[in-house]
Design a protein around this ligand. Structure first.
Ligand code: ATP
Ligand code: MG
Length: 564
């Protein structure tokens, strides 16, 4: 893949779907009208794969002066729930789209039922008493014809009667289904008498106990599209083989040329993660993550907690474009959008994650000082701030070495370095604890180097971040690695969970930060100088999640690819 991140939110609009709509708008069946829909099932939280569909559906509608409706495909009462309805709407709003008043497939149950009766009356649907397993077996294979159900020849009267009893709740679950009567030898398996209704004595979160039969996806979906006036029903590639059935149902219920048209596009896949509600649920239920909104999850809630701006998610989804074949995108590309965004807008702050104490031995007793530091070198309007400085500081433990190897340029005995926005300091001595570990660095500073430049022009090879010990605030941080070590978890038939990274999160307590770090709002992202971008947790007051590191790993991947 040769994508490069860019800061643009616009979708420069030539993919096969937009081309199709452009063609349609002049002489198409919908007279130039464009209506799309985003149809989630309210049985889980949205992930970044859904974001691709949202950006496409809402984006296309906006570009062509149309509308996109949010429709909850709520046809499976056992797994669905009003809390998901609320959460999905909130997540779409977070992503930056106006959901309007949502629609529900369950509001169409009466109409769907009337149409089903119409199909039975026309001899195009029948009640089958076979169980699910037998139906599946008798459907045959791609290479072998199906076997007609012994109930396929039932009279219309008997079918109407049995279907009415199914609806009235007079039969056990699984004892009967309503099937479309199409062709048991059809080359397309979807057309071999697909199931339209199943018996479920379940409580539905919206329709309560009113129904004992529930429509299947195929029966509900296309008809819901039609009821709403959808013109373009955009779905993922696995529904390609369902399209003839989608059209067949529309024909049976008597729609004309302006009926909805289904078009398929490639799902989004990302390396080192899984994008399926079922697998994400497994991560939650087995306790591999803290919940759906864990900062390692590819859910929109997870990305938000991690500090991914909605704008970056949208830009990423637009930039990767719409394809007709499934592919996998590198997670580093997504991260580079996030990094580019924060580089432009995040305030710079100093924090020390693994502190070691520095005592400035020539610091005048009791002298107060503040250093002026730049808030964002990429944005002059962000201004500067005052960072308290004193004779007792913390620096990063790994910025010091007792016996440095050749290429270690940071602090060591006898070496001079710069403190960012501060002074040059020289390490003269160290204090050890009983085990011989270095616990304190004894340094002197050169007052003439205030602001970080030496008047005599002498150079230092390293600039370190620091915080003043007496002013520091305590913070905890969460550092992240990939959730799955395997770039393609679950490929080649392996169990995706087998490549779960046991070290995907490292929680570190005892960090020290300059006081301004606690002025950030929950969810706000700042750059901790030299360490990366960090998002303040939405709930825990002193926890910061590393959103992304500073190094552009995507650039490295591209360099490797260009060489290879
Ligand atoms: P999952 O496979 O995670 O359970 P789903 O497709 O069952 O997802 P729905 O709630 O039915 O979840 O999805 C709503 C819409 O989002 C559908 O139109 C679906 O095609 C789309 N969608 C889901 N996952 C992706 C993805 N990875 N890439 C693009 N679109 C997706
Ligand atoms: Mg689905």
């Amino acid at each position: 893949m040769t994508d490069t991140p860019s800061g643009s939110t616009s979708n420069s609009g030539t993919d096969f779907i937009r081309d199709m709509i452009r063609r349609d708008s002049s002489d198409g069946p919908h007279g130039g009208r464009v209506q799309t829909r985003f149809p989630p099932e309210p049985n889980g939280f949205l992930h970044i794969g859904h974001a691709k569909s949202i950006v496409l559906n809402f984006g296309v509608a906006a570009e062509f002066g149309g509308v996109c409706r949010l429709r909850f495909d709520d046809t499976n009462p056992e797994t669905e729930d009003a809390t998901f309805v609320e959460a999905i709407q909130a997540d779409i709003r977070w992503l930056g789209y106006d959901t309007g008043e949502p629609l529900f497939s369950s509001d169409y149950f009466d109409q769907l039922h009337r149409w089903a009766v119409q199909l039975v009356e026309a001899g195009y649907a029948y009640v089958d008493d076979q169980d699910a397993e037998t139906i599946s077996e008798n459907r045959g294979r791609f290479t072998t014809p199906g076997v007609d159900s012994p109930w396929r020849g039932r009279s219309i009267e008997e079918n109407l009667d049995l279907f009415a009893q199914m609806k009235a709740g007079e039969f056990e679950e699984g004892s009967r289904v309503l099937r479309a009567k199409i062709d048991m030898n059809h080359e397309n398996m979807q057309m071999r008498d697909p199931v339209m209704y199943r018996i479920r004595h379940a409580h539905h979160f919206r329709t309560g106990d009113a129904w004992h039969i529930y429509p299947t996806y195929d029966w509900a979906h296309g008809q819901s599209d039609a009821i709403e006036g959808t013109t373009h029903s955009l779905c993922t590639l696995e529904f390609d083989s369902h399209r003839p059935l989608y059209d067949w149902y529309h024909q049976q219920i008597g729609l004309g040329a302006d009926r909805p048209r289904q078009t398929e596009f490639a799902r989004l896949n990302l390396t080192h993660t899984v994008l399926s509600k079922r697998k994400l649920l497994q991560l939650v239920e087995e306790g591999h993550v803290d919940g759906w909104d864990d900062a390692r999850m590819p859910t929109l809630r997870g990305l938000k907690r991690r500090g991914y701006p909605a704008e970056s998610v949208r830009d990423f989804c637009s930039q990767i474009g719409i394809a007709k074949v499934n592919g996998v995108h590198e997670i580093e590309l997504l991260e580079s959008f996030v990094r580019t965004h924060h580089n432009r807008s995040a305030l710079r702050r100093m924090a020390v994650l693994d502190p070691i104490e520095v005592v400035i031995t020539n610091w005048p007793e009791g002298q107060a000082d503040t250093r002026e530091a730049i808030n964002n070198p990429e944005d002059d309007s962000a201004g500067t701030r005052e960072v308290p400085f004193s004779g007792r500081l913390f620096i990063e433990r790994d910025d010091f070495m007792m016996d440095p190897p050749k290429k270690f340029y940071r602090l060591s005995p006898g070496r001079e370095v710069r403190l960012r926005a501060g002074y040059f300091i020289t390490c003269n001595d160290v204090e050890l604890d009983a085990e011989g570990e270095v616990v304190r660095l004894l340094c002197t500073y050169d007052p003439a180097t205030v602001g970080g430049q030496a008047p005599d022009g002498r150079k230092v090879k390293a600039t370190l971040h620091w915080v003043s010990a007496e002013h520091a605030v305590d913070i905890d941080v969460a550092l992240y690695e990939r959730l799955f070590t395997d770039a393609h978890p679950g490929s080649d038939g392996r169990d995706p969970m087998a490549s779960l990274n046991p070290n995907s999160r490292e929680l570190r307590v005892g960090g020290k930060a300059e006081p301004a770090v606690l002025d950030t709002a929950p969810g706000e992202v700042v750059q901790f100088e030299r360490l990366g971008y960090f998002a303040r947790d939405l709930d825990a007051p002193v926890l910061f999640h590393r959103t992304v590191g500073l190094r552009d790993e995507w650039a490295n991947i591209q360099k490797r690819q260009n060489k290879g």
